[in-house]
Design a protein around this ligand. Structure first.
Ligand SMILES: [Zn+2]
Length: 286
């Protein structure tokens, strides 16, 4: 069924697992991503950047995700990733996205609170969840880049105040991850995560998940990470596979021959990540 971020992360909290939030870049890869979640028996969060939402069309995106979620009987939330523009957030909510991220992490703390609060008021009035962000995640996403020196880790005391004032449903935290990292792996700051988790009760979100070592997943999940973003790994592998097939397929053959292998590659990664995200070796949280 079509769900909100709040609903799927509640399930994750109860079962001590995390929900994979996977970025789609086109409609081609989307159905297999959702089918992958269904085959693993997990909810899934499909997310798009504003540019992808505009490319596909907000309403088209909503219609397709709702239809597949209902048809395949799998819980899917549709989330707008890293939005800084109120008009775009409103467009997503009005079109039927079930979740949005307002990223005010580049703003002074107080301004981030004020603007996030405004988004939360509009979103909650429409039954839509909101993810906020505190601190800076490194790397580049959709052209906005953060250098190593400008990275600021999330301060636990700020997180407490931010959550209390804004009433966000989930909080993206900066604990050392980087957007777009796929050639190397990062050292996540687990002690800082533990400290934030101790003082903040809402679901926490990891960005730049491609750069996180798989052996660290369990510790992240056991310490409150309930939404785990993976974008780059899907993008890189879809493109690699598609380059291969486009290069080797006769030009008069159906395009299916070029894109199906790439879609299946994405599905395989989604399924692999979800199996780890379900944290099957860890006990339930009580
Ligand atoms: Zn991000």
């Amino acid at each position: 069924m079509y769900k909100t971020l709040k609903e799927v992360t509640k399930t994750a909290e109860e079962l001590n697992m995390t929900i994979g939030a996977f970025n789609t870049h086109n409609l081609e890869m989307l159905p297999e991503m959702i089918r992958g979640a269904k085959e693993e028996g997990s909810p899934i969060i499909i997310q798009t950047s504003i540019d992808t939402a505009k490319y596909i069309g907000y309403k088209v995106m909503v219609a397709v995700v709702k239809e597949i979620a209902t048809d395949e009987m799998v819980d899917v939330a549709l989330h707008l990733d890293h939005a800084r523009d109120f008009d775009e957030i409103k467009a997503a909510i009005d079109a039927g996205y079930s979740s949005v991220m307002y990223d005010g992490s580049h703003l002074p703390f107080k301004e981030n609170i004020v603007k996030t609060k405004a988004v939360v008021e509009y979103a909650h009035a429409h039954g839509v969840s909101v993810e906020g962000e505190l601190g800076t995640i490194g790397g580049t996403e959709e052209g906005i880049s953060v250098s190593e020196e400008d990275k600021v880790y999330t301060r636990p005391e700020d997180a407490v105040e931010f959550v209390k004032e804004t009433k966000v449903d989930a909080l993206a935290i900066a604990i050392g991850t980087n957007h777009g990292q796929f050639k190397s792996k990062t050292e996540v700051n687990i002690p800082l995560l533990k400290e934030i988790h101790r003082v903040v009760s809402i679901p926490l979100v990891i960005h730049g998940g491609t750069g996180v070592k798989e052996e660290d997943y369990s510790e992240l999940i056991n310490n409150g990470i309930r939404k785990f973003n993976v974008g780059t790994e899907l993008l890189v592998n879809w493109t690699k596979e598609a380059k291969d097939t486009f290069g080797n397929t006769e030009i008069n053959k159906s395009l299916r021959h070029n894109v199906i292998p790439a879609n299946m590659k994405v599905k395989e990664i989604v399924k692999h990540k979800i199996r780890l995200f379900m944290n099957l070796d860890s006990p339930l949280k009580k």
